[in-house]
Design a protein around this ligand. Structure first.
Ligand code: P5A
Length: 449
């Protein structure tokens, strides 16, 4: 993408009302724009990151056997009356009437809709297990939307719903999602720790929140320090095999949110020097709620013995629009964002230090062409800005590798590669840039690990 033809409205000044660094940087880097309280437009740079996150999530959901679909954002109130949640959900639900005076709502979650779809077409235990998911906008009229897209009213969620014959099978489905979540966050460069959690309005008695530690996080959390260094399930994890060793390994050490903490248990189970009491960002949550919706909404299947049984269910959410600020909280410095390659809006940026000078332009044009042919997603700063401004924009928007091309280098056939994360620079022959960059980028894409 040529920057001269892109839409990147970066801000020079620091936005006053943004309290945390990720919110400030998302505004400054031209990633989002607020349209109303808790409602954001995703500008091209921000949207690219969101899409990369969505791709990773979809790949890992698919690998774990979940099947993608798409449900509408607007739902009928009648379904929620059936489940009993219409009144219980309270003011967080955005309610509306259509022209026929029917009660509708903007979905805050989809347990009712998916249960309705399930009961309309699944009749037999032979069609189980089934896990259906989608990535769709949700609306919750939060009392205090804040920190930009960290807690917004409209937000993008991946939500998966599993259906099984009995509790034991449902546990296997829960484990599959649990393991796929560990891999999903890891591929984005995040350490997300599963912690025992409260189930709230979703219901059920088994739930884990996936928490990224950050001082600006909204949740208080407590865990054993070893939780921060656990091994992530490998790419070739067998989702049809026994996943309990992995889940046991991740749940045997103490880790709980402040709603669930039992201080005595925490102090008994975790030696003093290994106790972590910190703050964290909830980037996902998984639930097993058994027959809560299937019973009230009559979602049954015929078992092997011919008897009708209510199916056992779970739901599994990831907040995509919250992951973006969570990543920035984890990866930034005083100059801006530092994207991990796997979620970076562009993998590299070409900085033409002398746009308009023929030798520089032609070296950059040729490099840009080579990068495209090599499948590297690059931004090309071909604008008339000065070198200083180009450096600061590149730092601000956090592209992992800067390819610096100036008149002196072009004369001697050289370029510089600056690593955004370490600040390290290497000088390299112009015709070696692509090979070197591939070597740097490929392992960091984390797509096969
Ligand atoms: C699980 C999937 C559910 O809604 N039903 C379907 C279950 N879970 S949840 O924990 O309530 O939400 C899942 C994830 O969505 C993100 N999230 C938000 N992100 C931004 N702004 C909000 N206001 C917001 N509310 C929830 C979180 O990442 C949460 O873990």
């Amino acid at each position: 993408m040529r920057l001269s033809r892109y839409f990147l409205p970066v801000l020079k000044e620091v936005p006053k009302d943004a309290e945390i660094v990720s919110h400030r940087l998302m505004l400054r880097a031209g990633m989002i724009r607020q349209q109303a309280s808790g409602l954001y437009a995703w500008l091209p740079l921000g949207y690219k990151v969101l899409r990369k996150i969505q791709n990773i999530i979809e790949e890992e959901q698919d690998r774990a056997g979940a099947i993608e679909m798409l449900m509408p954002t607007i739902q009928s109130a009648d379904l929620w009356r059936e489940s009993g949640r219409y009144d219980a959900y309270g003011k967080e639900m955005l309610r509306m009437k259509d022209r026929h005076d029917r009660d509708m709502l903007f979905g805050p979650t989809n347990e009712e809709v998916i249960t309705d779809i399930f009961r309309a077409s699944v009749r037999s235990y032979k069609q189980l297990p089934l896990n259906l998911y989608h990535v769709q906008w949700k609306f919750r009229d939060e009392i205090r939307p804040r920190f930009g897209t960290m807690r917004s009213r409209e937000f993008l969620m991946k939500d998966a719903y599993s259906f099984d014959m009995n509790k034991e099978e449902a546990r296997r489905s829960y484990y599959k999602m649990f393991v796929s979540y560990l891999r999903t966050y890891h591929r984005m460069g995040l350490t997300a720790i599963p912690m025992k959690a409260e189930t709230g309005p979703i219901g059920g008695d088994l739930s884990h929140e996936f928490i990224v530690l950050a001082d600006t996080g909204e949740s208080g959390v407590f865990c054993h320090a070893d939780m921060l260094e656990k091994t992530i399930p490998a790419f070739d994890v067998d989702y049809d095999g026994d996943l309990s060793p992995i889940v046991d390994d991740w749940t045997s050490l103490y880790a709980a949110t402040e709603d669930m903490i039992d201080m005595e248990e925490f102090e008994r189970e975790v030696p003093e020097d290994r106790r972590v009491a910190a703050r964290g960002i909830e980037v996902g949550q998984v639930f097993y709620f058994g027959t809560k919706y299937s019973e009230s909404m009559n979602a049954t299947v015929t078992g092997p013995d011919g008897k009708e049984v209510a199916v056992h269910c779970g739901s599994y959410g990831i907040g995509l629009t919250r992951i973006v600020p969570a990543l920035i909280e984890a990866f930034h410095d005083e100059n801006g964002i530092i994207w991990p390659v796997s979620v970076a809006p562009f993998e590299a940026v070409i900085l033409n230090l002398k746009s308009g000078q023929e030798a520089c332009d032609s070296a950059c044009d040729s490099l840009y062409e080579q990068l495209r042919n090599a499948g590297i997603d690059a931004l090309y700063d071909d604008t008339g800005e000065g070198a200083g401004a180009k450096f600061s924009t590149a730092d601000l928007i956090g592209i992992p590798y800067q390819l610096i091309i100036g008149p002196r280098g072009v004369k001697s056939g050289e370029a510089e590669i600056k690593h955004r994360a370490s600040g390290e620079r290497e000088t390299i022959a112009l015709d070696q840039v692509v090979t070197r960059l591939k070597e740097l980028i490929e392992p960091e894409r984390r797509d096969k690990i």
